[in-house]
Design a binder for this molecule. Structure first.
Ligand SMILES: [Zn+2]
Length: 138
């Protein structure tokens, strides 16, 4: 980070990079590569910005990919369901109020004070499934 770059400008650069790759998760090293032309040179700077953006609820960390995506639904009640395609790497955020209620009920039964939850599911995206089905039909 150059002296002229504020935290908020690094945060904005990361959000822009993640928005440009909608449907894809980007790791910290990938973000650093994208931000180098703007003068961001340190991985710690990227990690600090990612922590701030996560804390603000603007991005999700996709644990299975060790990468980040822009949060698609900021107003949904309950935890987001992050669907990761194992074939093409596409990432889609899904919502379901029912899942939120279920997670809250499980936590309450365990007397666990739930603060945050992200549910990740892995499989094949619609496009990969359609491509596979088309391939099998021929
Ligand atoms: Zn796919």
């Amino acid at each position: 980070m150059t002296p002229s770059q504020s935290r908020s400008s690094v945060d904005a650069l990361i959000l822009q990079a993640l928005h440009r790759e909608t449907g894809r998760a980007i790791g910290a090293y990938g973000l650093l590569d994208r931000l180098r032309p703007a003068g961001v040179n340190g991985l710690p700077t990227v990690y600090r910005a990612l922590a701030r953006l996560s804390e603000a609820g603007l991005i999700h960390r996709v644990e299975c990919l060790n990468a980040y995506v822009v949060r698609a639904h900021r107003t949904h009640a309950g935890p987001p369901v992050v669907a990761v395609c194992d074939a093409c790497g596409a990432v889609e955020e899904l919502t379901s109020p029912g899942i939120g209620r279920s997670v809250a009920a499980v936590a309450a039964r365990a007397r666990f004070a739930l603060e945050t939850a992200v549910i990740e599911v892995n499989g094949r995206c619609r496009l990969c499934r359609e491509t596979k089905e088309f391939g099998e039909a021929t």
